[in-house]
Design a protein around this ligand. Structure first.
Ligand code: VG1
Ligand code: CO
Length: 545
């Protein structure tokens, strides 16, 4: 069959600027003539071309994943790539892709996902580019890709048949080798090397009951292999296990709102001991115990305090990092352990340098993201296995472990309020207004709390010195409470305001209070300071986590 490279003339398409985690748009936008092709070519053009390079390729299986993988393979071949490692069926979870990049010493990877955003013909699609360390491209690279997308005049593609991705094995496309791999095998082996599978298996055999909700997204096959096949959990432990192009109409965002059936089960009669869920591309996690929800910020803190119980972390942690809006619970653990704690902007790409430099090996975000330096992405199943390992080692319930943690370190009550579908201009004006007033806030009193500091968060990367500005407005109170506000960088329509609220209460008293009640004065202060209702015409959030 004849295969030839065509140089297709094209023109820049506005708006191809990657956000917090890749380029995300409505699926019909990505399916527009030249849209995907322009962006993929811009990745190659911005990174020194694809000639001779090795890439990893896969996605979370959402609608258009199958077509996009074929287009990208033909473009990789036409641009001279040497080899591509692609998940069978075009599937790879984000953490598995990160691992495969590192394992194969690839030059980078392309992951097709809009993560926790719904999928389908009228929902969201996305493309993420990861660099050779396995992590999301840093800002310098995503900016270069965006610039390339504004200058593009042609893209290269091979005109040929589709590649058979239905079974593992070696394929050839023009001069390019394609290795179709089992998406799960290498990742599962990595997990076995980090955690005490024997102890977890014994715990499960001893009657410990768990439930994992894969939300019809990519983690289903991973969770079935690891939890059921290797750890002996009964068949059916993993629900919504089949990845579907529209995630079965679910919103694959593992939080109490979108994973409500799992919440109901863990808070209901005869609840299992442990529950967890993951998102579209498998990098997020939600952890539940019987009758208890573990906030992601608390999960990070508990993991920091207990990671040494897992064989892969027995030597202890070098340091930890959290995104700025994440609660300061982990800071208290780091202080006690005598290790460094870094505060970075939102998005996993800011952790890569710290991990590469060996400064941190545990990272987390309030948005249900936790991970370590075993890869360079957050990792949903890793967090689940870490918890199972801790539970197997301590032989206590999730609720008991949390209560003991709060008694020892105190409790950072924490919540995020999201206001979605806002008019972008109104949301930006509100934040600009508040930004202008920040300098005058310290010393003022509101809701009986004194403002200690207020600023617009800027981050200077301690490894490469790069500076990233305007990463969220933060207002700190003398009693340790905190308000943070920023706009989401992952949405595909309008603006979403994220309002992050935190209040610290030392242990051992008042451990059982309701989070939203405890935060009520902080919430009122935030609304008054930013004049949310006046600007947005809204006083109640759409999603509270
Ligand atoms: C959100 C989260 C952020 C996370 C990002 C990508 O970004 O807040 O913490 O890193 O999603 O996660 P934003 O800009 O909408 O607040 V995922 O699971 O989409 O790769
Ligand atoms: Co995700």
């Amino acid at each position: 069959m004849s295969e030839h490279v065509t140089n297709v003339e094209t023109q820049p398409i506005p708006g191809q600027k990657p956000g917090t985690s890749g380029l995300r748009k409505k699926t019909p936008v990505f399916m527009q003539h030249h849209y995907l092709e322009n962006f993929i070519q811009s990745i190659f053009d911005a990174t020194g071309g694809a000639q001779g390079k090795t890439y990893v390729l896969g996605g979370d299986g959402r609608y258009f994943n199958d077509r996009a993988v074929q287009v990208i393979l033909r473009m990789m071949a036409a641009n001279g790539a040497r080899r591509v490692i692609v998940g069978q069926g075009g599937l790879l979870s984000t953490p598995a892709a990160s691992h495969l990049i590192r394992l194969n010493r690839a030059d980078g990877g392309i992951i097709l996902s809009a993560s926790h955003n719904p999928g389908g013909p009228d929902e969201d699609f996305g493309v993420k580019f990861n660099i050779a360390n396995g992590g999301p491209a840093p800002e310098s690279v995503t900016e270069a890709i965006w610039r390339a997308s504004q200058q593009i005049t042609r893209y290269r593609i091979l005109e040929t048949h589709d590649v058979d991705l239905s079974s593992p094995g070696r394929r050839q496309l023009a001069q390019m080798e394609i290795d179709v791999v089992d998406p799960v095998a290498d990742y599962a082996a990595l997990m076995e090397s980090l955690f005490d599978f024997n102890a977890i298996r014994a715990m499960i055999a001893g009657g410990f009951r768990l439930r994992f909700d894969a939300m019809c997204a990519v983690t289903g096959p991973y969770a079935v292999e690891i939890l059921e096949n290797r750890l002996g959990a009964p068949r059916g432990t993993v629900v919504n296990r089949l990845p579907l192009p529209d995630f079965g109409g679910l919103h694959p965002d593992p939080n109490p709102v979108w994973a409500k059936p799992l919440m109901d089960e863990l808070f209901g009669a005869n609840a299992p001991d442990f529950g967890a869920a993951s998102d579209g591309d498998g990098d997020r996690n939600m952890i539940l115990g019987r009758g208890i929800y573990v906030s992601p910020s608390d999960s990070l803190a508990v993991i920091a305090a207990n990671a040494h119980l897992a064989p892969g972390y027995a030597k202890g942690l070098a340091g930890v990092a959290r995104s700025m809006p994440t609660s300061q619970a982990v800071d208290r653990v780091a202080a006690k352990l005598g290790i460094d704690c870094y505060e970075t902007p939102t998005g996993w790409k800011f952790f890569g340098n710290l991990m590469d430099a060996g400064r941190v090996n545990l990272c987390g975000e309030e948005s249900f993201g936790t991970g370590s330096d075993h890869i360079r992405e957050k990792d949903g199943l890793w967090a689940v296995l870490m918890w199972l390992n801790i539970l197997a080692a301590r032989r206590e319930s999730v609720a008991d472990i949390l209560a003991a943690h709060w008694r020892e370190f105190g409790r950072n009550y924490y919540s995020r309020h999201d206001f979605e579908g806002l008019e972008t201009q109104a949301a930006e004006t509100m934040l600009a207004d508040l930004r202008d007033r920040l300098a005058r806030l310290p010393g003022q009193e509101i809701e009986g709390m004194r403002i200690a500091a207020a600023d617009d968060f800027a981050y200077r990367d301690p490894v490469d010195g790069s500076v990233t500005e305007h990463q969220g407005l933060r207002i700190r109170f003398a009693d340790g409470a905190r308000i943070v506000m920023r706009l989401s960088g992952t949405g595909t329509s309008g603006a979403t305001l994220r309002l992050y609220l935190e209040r610290f209460v030392p242990g051992p008293d008042r451990l059982a209070e309701d989070t939203q009640e405890m935060l009520a004065p902080v919430v009122r202060a935030a609304h008054a300071l930013a004049q949310i209702e006046a600007h947005l015409g809204r006083s109640t959030p759409d999603v509270v986590t």
